[in-house]
Design a binder for this molecule. Structure first.
Ligand code: ADP
Length: 229
């Protein structure tokens, strides 16, 4: 808790601005975004395609830099970390579920989910137990021996979510994590994430165009033309 009794800020963006330059002219992907995400919040950022959702997620995760303003993790500016420190931070604390999954197609589903645990030097028996548990929760427990290239897009999406959750991160940042799932499955996955929020105090920042996923307990923000409200 902070001194005012509110949960501590985990991630903060202050006047975060990001411009992309292209032959067709500059695009203002983020336009002075202010955001404070507190520990244990379930934040849903809703916006149409092109509104800046992926850019926001990438700068919050330290995968991309801002042109103006700053992004902080636990009050330390991400720009003060080295690349290696930011990579370690993402392995340990800030797990990202990418829209494109970023899975290794020729490796098994098991190896893909296990990978961050190997990097964290988790012992083998514990890795096995944790991978099986999260896979069962995501209804992919019987797919673990298959290669990624042999499972459906919806199943890959669940594998990518499992890989982000298996390390028990402090914060999960998700980019359209249910884009390949039907609405029933999408709601079930969001329900699993909210249970983790409540039971483990985990913090979630989900960006999506799909407002039907929102529950009354979520903190909902709207992004439009790079501006958050
Ligand atoms: P969303 O995730 O909401 O679809 P993005 O963050 O991907 O939005 O993009 C925001 C704006 O920035 C869009 O106009 C997009 O075309 C532009 N943009 C994103 N990435 C690049 C890039 N690498 N180069 C040029 N423009 C980009």
């Amino acid at each position: 808790m902070a001194s005012d009794g509110a949960p501590v800020p985990v991630l903060e963006a202050r006047r975060a601005t990001k411009r992309y330059r292209s032959a067709a002219g500059d695009v203002m992907a983020l336009s002075g975004v202010d955001l404070v995400v507190r520990q244990g919040e379930f934040v849903v950022v809703i916006g149409p395609s092109g509104s800046g959702k992926s850019t926001l997620l990438n700068v919050l995760a330290g995968l991309d830099t801002v042109d103006e303003g700053k992004v902080y993790y636990r009050s330390r500016a991400l720009s003060d970390y080295s690349d290696a420190q930011r990579t370690r931070l993402r392995r340990r604390a800030l797990s990202v579920v990418f829209q494109s999954f970023e899975l290794a197609p020729l490796m098994s589903c098991y190896r893909n989910i296990e990978f961050p645990l190997l990097l964290a030097h988790v012992p083998r028996a514990e890795r096995r137990r944790r991978v099986q548990r999260i896979a069962d929760q995501l209804l992919i427990g019987d797919l673990l021996g298959r290669r990624i290239s042999a499972v459906s897009m919806g199943q890959r999406q669940r594998i990518a979510i499992a890989r982000a959750l298996v390390v028990k991160p402090e914060v999960v940042l998700g980019d359209e994590i249910t884009a390949s799932l039907d609405s029933h499955s999408s709601r079930r996955i969001y329900a699993l994430l909210r249970r983790q929020q409540r039971s483990a105090g985990r913090t979630f920042v989900m960006v999506t165009h799909d407002s039907s996923l929102v529950e009354p307990t979520d903190r909902v923000l709207h992004l439009r033309d790079g501006t958050l409200r």
